[in-house]
Design a protein around this ligand. Structure first.
Ligand code: TTP
Ligand code: MG
Ligand code: MG
Length: 423
């Protein structure tokens, strides 16, 4: 009889392990690398275009940023601009402030928190850096935005150890050593659960979830924790007396389909049971690119026409430059407005060719503007280009000359109609 050697025992098939990694208080943490003396203090990132830190660094031009005294930084209670908070350090979150909260409201909750503006260049630089550190360790990485990625651990050496915890720790350590930034990681059987799990032990935490844990760890969570259940679905679920993910899981699949439609109801049932087999897609293409700005004061389309027009043109130029730098062209151009009563209006228009030039964007976006009411004051304006393709993958945009001709022609036609020809 043949003897069996240990090496002949087939290795068990690896089980699917997917990680979701999300940087901690990302924009704020990037500022703390520049100003380490502020570590541990409540800080919010946000505000208008005022470059707070430029003002400070001018005053203290004789010393490096890390030696500017914390007392020199502006406080939230003294902030006179507008806009919303982009993010807050964990110390600031203890006061109840966080992303998307208005600056005014935040100032009431945390008057002594410091305010710093976003440095997009720096944020993007660290975003690229942390992602490339991950790719060196685990190559199957899906980009999910500025501060998060999915990583397929399944086939990575060591990716199965302790359900992925060992590899997660290694990645966390490498990112921290090379950037000084912390992140949180959830490892789970799929993207859906991993996304939820990365929040469990924030900041600087790791959370490992197995299929058998779904009932204990996922079902008690609020329905909104499922990535894909938004505010509207939440309201409807609450009306139906469903508050936790477990409440959804307890429903009959057909009942969910009857109430939420065939695709969404079935998806919701699967999600509540922790079922999701979407792959980790390494090359993720952007769907759209946009730029927007919140004004320091509300602007009126007629009275502040010149200022608005200049900002609008500038946004179009920025989107064009983003597209060109990243090598994309698009054919849907859209605008977004937020009025002084916080209502939002969006309009878009799809044209018959792919473009990436500021002039065409400005022209089509200007047309979109004519389709929205402009009688109220505006808080915010944004420009977006969607239906993107890689510049080389589609027919090249027409020559600039042609675009100019269209621009002038339409401008004249509108003026002749006596239309609201503000932009
Ligand atoms: P998040 O990952 O949602 O938040 P965060 O990294 O600041 O904090 P957490 O530790 O909870 O993950 O977003 C990443 C960055 O994206 C954030 O630092 C700022 C920016 N952001 C906005 O600009 N607007 C928003 O509404 C949100 C939520 C984030
Ligand atoms: Mg984050
Ligand atoms: Mg994030």
């Amino acid at each position: 009889m043949r003897r069996r050697y240990p090496c002949e025992v087939p290795a068990p098939a690896p089980i699917r392990r997917i990680a979701h990694l999300d940087m901690d208080a990302f924009f704020a943490s990037v500022e703390l690398l520049r100003y380490p003396q502020l570590k541990g203090l409540p800080i919010v990132i946000g505000g208008g275009r005022r470059r707070v830190d430029e003002i400070i660094s001018q005053k203290y031009s004789d010393r490096p940023p890390s030696e500017i005294p914390p007392a020199a930084f502006p406080l939230l209670k003294d902030y006179v601009g507008r806009g919303v908070i982009t993010t807050a350090t964990y110390a600031a979150r203890q006061f109840g402030v966080g992303s998307a909260m208005g600056m005014m409201k935040a100032a009431k909750l945390a008057p002594d928190a410091l305010v710093l503006p976003v440095d997009f260049e720096e944020v993007r630089r660290y975003s690229r850096q942390f992602k490339s550190i991950i790719r060196e360790i685990a190559p199957v990485v899906e980009d999910r935005g500025v501060d998060e990625v999915y990583i397929d651990f399944t086939e990575v050496p060591g990716g199965q150890r302790e359900g992925g915890r060992v590899l997660a720790r290694l990645i966390q350590k490498a990112i921290h050593e090379q950037t000084g930034l912390t992140c949180s990681i959830g490892v789970a059987p799929n993207k859906l659960i991993a996304k939820m799990a990365s929040e469990f032990n924030k900041p600087n935490g790791i959370s490992v979830v197995f299929e058998a844990d779904v009932q204990a760890k996922i079902w008690p969570l609020a329905v909104r924790k499922i990535n894909g259940i938004g505010p509207k679905a939440e309201v409807k679920l609450h009306k139906l007396h469903l508050h936790t993910i477990g409440d959804i899981a307890a429903q009959d699949r057909q009942w969910l389909v009857d109430n939420f439609g065939k695709a969404y109801g079935a998806w919701m049932h699967d999600a509540a049971w922790g079922r999701d087999d979407r792959p980790v897609v390494t090359e993720s293409e952007p769907v759209s690119m946009s730029r927007e700005t919140t004004f320091d004061r509300d602007l009126h389309a007629v009275r502040d026409r010149a200022e608005l027009g200049a900002i609008f043109t500038d946004l179009c130029a920025q989107v064009a430059s983003d597209l060109q730098r990243k090598g994309y062209v698009g054919k849907t151009i859209g605008i977004k407005l937020r009025y002084d009563d916080f209502r939002i209006a969006t309009r878009d228009q799809t044209i018959d060719r792919y473009i990436c030039d500021a002039r065409t964007i400005r022209q089509v976006a200007g047309q979109c503007l004519k389709r929205v009411p402009l009688d109220r004051r505006l808080r915010l304006i944004g420009v977006r280009v969607g239906k993107l393709e890689k510049a080389g993958a589609v027919a090249q945009p027409p020559a600039a000359k042609e675009a100019d001709a269209t621009y002038e022609m339409q401008g004249t036609a509108e003026a002749a109609r006596g239309n609201l020809d503000l932009f």
